[in-house]
Ligand binder design. Structure first.
Ligand SMILES: *[C@@H]1O[C@H](CO)[C@@H](O)[C@H](O)[C@H]1NC(C)=O
Ligand SMILES: *[C@@H]1O[C@H](CO)[C@@H](O)[C@H](O)[C@H]1NC(C)=O
Ligand SMILES: *[C@@H]1O[C@H](CO)[C@@H](O)[C@H](O)[C@H]1NC(C)=O
Ligand SMILES: *[C@@H]1O[C@H](CO)[C@@H](O)[C@H](O)[C@H]1NC(C)=O
Ligand SMILES: *[C@@H]1O[C@H](CO)[C@@H](O)[C@H](O)[C@H]1NC(C)=O
Ligand SMILES: *[C@@H]1O[C@H](CO)[C@@H](O)[C@H](O)[C@H]1NC(C)=O
Length: 643
């Protein structure tokens, strides 16, 4: 046990020494830092002006000051409730189990005794009357300072030892990455919430101690000036230590957030499809050329179209592919075809060849199979049924991407807090959630909403392909996969797709913010960011590379959950599923339709699209967000001068 501890400590200390990087500090402080600085200022001010000093105020007037200022501070800065969720990430750790009940008791003493006492005395007493409940107040002060059942000072020391000195925050980083899927918070957000919770615990304990010293002194039960000074010094030393530690921890914690697969997939809510972009299709060679000949092999036909329907054979029994026919191959001469339902996006359920090969999943064929046989012409020429890929536009083929921007209302101080793919009028949109930015990097949670997507249709007057939307086809079906990051101090205020070459390419709008007051600085100076690299980029290492899918099956058939596959600066082509697994009937990848939002909502410093999936499946193109970096703001606040 002892040796393990030493090794851990040694590791941890080396870690600290090597990680002595001072990230650049920004103007402003986070909420917990701000609350702490504000309270220290308030408490020092009370001591200096009303407690230590010989004033002309009566005792009740001084008590009123103490009570009222504490009450106001709590109203503005302190959440009185203890929230188990805040500490959940620590539940696995011995150091926390050792601490949890003490932390809880600080919170309950604060809420049930301290705040209660403040409220009661302020309600029933007016500082001119003489009714502060001296007995009850002194009881509270004694409890806070010396009741062994409520060991506040000891708990503060314990927090320092267990959390700061044992590197518990560092351990929590890896835990936070594991819980990403269930928590819907980026690892940095988990750590930041934890920092917030622990800081507020310490602050509650500290405020009760100072308050008690003030009461005892005001009631003439001792001097306490020394105790108060010592307590403050200790508290400030701990705060600095906690901040330095947290800065390093936050720098290490990942800020990206994406959605794992749901337990059950549902089209429309958990995923979307591009339909019938490229789809397996059976056609006889005789109809693949203008002359009605059978002189070639199937693989001769790599880009053609259907030129007729010879003698109304099988071609007359299936809906024709009136677009391009691509990549034809020969499998076997004779087959049984199981057609899909007329309202399905598929053409076939499966195809079974006489040689035993089956394309797609063979199951009971509800509409009955059709026998399809190739034939000989004059003994020399075989008119074979080929297996081709059909690229046909039409009512059944949803293959459109919105190119109009999705913007948060920056004139109303709204910023982007989340993303999801949606399909509207057959067009895929990247929809944004917006929320109102507030002081110190907070977002007003009740103000968030999914900004309705532009409700145009393909046929609306003035709507143009290439400007308002993009149409995929066999020769333009690439999607760039990128993660975009805003310059420090900027947040995302819009997204859109544009076309670069033949590729769909993500862009984001960013705006600079004032962290302290939560305002967008000069909204009109917002600008767009993108990754302009292409396959042809010549600069070293910047060339965009392709991600290919190997024998992809329908993504939702996978039993296991998808994992991120793509790196940024890559692209993927929409394609058909594997011929053997699915008779090439489905377009993949799918699009992830789940909303990607941090809980609680936070500003974003980046957005991206990436591919998640599993080997042998088509996967999902998913949005990814990067939560705002709170690290540079973990620092003591410049508090306003005393009132
Ligand atoms: C406080 O000040 C008053 C006059 O302002 C003085 O009479 C009194 O002695 C002082 N008390 C102390 C303890 O300094
Ligand atoms: C609180 O703990 C510190 C040790 O960190 C100690 O120096 C101080 O005297 C304690 N204060 C009280 C009131 O027990
Ligand atoms: C309280 O203690 C401080 C510092 O020890 C001392 O300066 C001050 O005079 C004392 N006040 C009273 C009223 O005893
Ligand atoms: C943006 O907010 C402003 C101020 O609230 C409002 O007047 C305006 O209509 C909003 N714009 C949009 C596009 O919603
Ligand atoms: C938060 O947003 C709601 C809804 O827009 C609004 O009514 C409320 O005033 C906002 N709160 C603050 C503190 O701005
Ligand atoms: C940010 O807002 C604070 C508070 O309103 C202000 O004091 C500060 O000057 C602002 N900073 C910038 C860079 O505008």
């Amino acid at each position: 046990m002892k040796t393990t501890k030493c090794i851990l400590c040694a590791l941890f200390c080396t870690f600290l020494m090597h990680s002595n990087v001072q990230s650049s500090r920004h103007e402003g402080s986070t909420d917990p830092d701000y609350a702490r600085s504000t309270y220290i200022q308030l408490e020092r001010n009370l001591w200096e002006k009303y407690i230590d000093k010989n004033t002309t105020l009566t005792r009740n007037e001084r008590l009123y000051k103490i009570f009222n200022q504490h009450f106001m501070f709590i109203q503005q800065h302190v959440d009185q409730n203890y929230n188990d969720e805040d500490f959940k990430i620590l539940s696995r750790y011995y150091e926390w189990n050792n601490l949890e009940s003490d932390v809880k008791s600080i919170h309950s003493l604060f809420k049930d005794n301290f705040v209660n006492r403040l409220t009661k005395d302020l309600e029933t007493n007016d500082f001119r009357s003489n009714g502060f409940d001296e007995r009850a107040n002194l009881d509270l002060a004694e409890t806070v300072i010396s009741d062994p059942l409520w060991p506040i000072n000891a708990t503060l020391n314990k927090i320092e030892i267990n959390i700061y000195q044992q590197g518990l925050y560092y351990k929590a980083i890896s835990e936070a990455s594991i819980t990403l899927c269930t928590a819907q918070r980026s690892p940095q957000q988990v750590l930041y919430q934890l920092y917030n919770a622990i800081t507020m615990t310490e602050l509650k304990g500290y405020a009760m101690m100072q308050f008690s010293y003030m009461l005892l002194k005001t009631y003439g039960r001792g001097n306490y000036t020394q105790e108060s000074l010592l307590m403050r010094k200790n508290f400030e030393r701990r705060a600095t230590k906690a901040q330095e530690l947290m800065q390093k921890v936050l720098e290490r914690a990942d800020r990206s957030l994406w959605r794992c697969d749901p337990n059950t997939h549902k089209e429309g809510s958990s995923y979307l499809q591009i339909t019938r972009l490229l789809q397996g299709y059976i056609e006889n060679e005789v109809d693949l050329n203008r002359d009605g000949g059978c002189w070639e092999t199937c693989s001769h036909y790599q880009l053609t179209e259907s030129h007729g329907c010879f003698k109304d054979l099988y071609c007359a029994k299936q809906p024709k592919c009136s677009g391009k026919l691509l990549f034809c191959t020969f499998v076997d001469s004779d087959m049984w075809v199981c057609p899909a339902a007329p309202n399905s996006d598929r053409r076939y359920e499966y195809i079974e060849y006489e040689n035993g090969r089956t394309l797609g999943e063979k199951k009971y064929c509800t509409r009955g199979t059709t026998k399809v046989d190739s034939w000989w012409r004059y003994l020399f020429w075989h008119c074979s049924y080929c297996f081709c890929i059909c690229d046909e536009q039409g009512k059944k083929s949803d293959r459109f991407f919105n190119l109009r921007p999705a913007l948060s209302n920056i004139s109303d101080n709204m910023i982007v807090t989340g993303l999801k793919f949606t399909k509207q009028n057959r067009i895929i949109h990247l929809q944004i959630q917006e929320g109102q930015l507030m002081e110190r990097g907070r977002v007003n949670a009740t103000s968030t909403r999914w900004v309705p997507v532009d409700d145009y249709t393909l046929l609306d007057k003035g709507v143009r392909d290439g400007r308002d939307f993009h149409t995929l086809a066999w020769d333009r079906r690439e999607v760039d996969l990128d993660d975009l990051t805003a310059p420090s101090g900027h947040v995302v205020t819009g997204v859109k797709f544009r076309i670069v070459g033949r590729h769909l390419n993500l862009e984001m709008r960013v705006s600079e913010i004032n962290f302290s007051n939560g305002r967008i600085i000069e909204p009109e100076k917002s600008f767009w960011i993108s990754n302009d690299n292409t396959e042809q980029s010549t600069q070293n290492g910047n060339r965009r590379t392709e991600i290919t899918l190997k024998s992809p099956d329908v993504p939702v058939r996978s039993k296991a959950k998808s994992l991120p596959i793509s790196q940024p600066n890559t692209y993927i082509k929409f394609t058909n599923t594997d011929m053997g697994k699915d008779a090439a009937q489905t377009t993949v990848p799918y699009l992830d339709a789940q909303d990607v939002v941090n809980s609680p909502p936070v500003p974003l410093e980046g957005v991206g699209v990436f591919l998640k999936g599993l080997d042998g499946y088509g996967g999902f193109i998913s949005p990814r967000i990067k939560t705002f970096d709170y690290g540079p703001y973990v620092q003591a606040a410049q508090t306003p001068k005393d009132s």
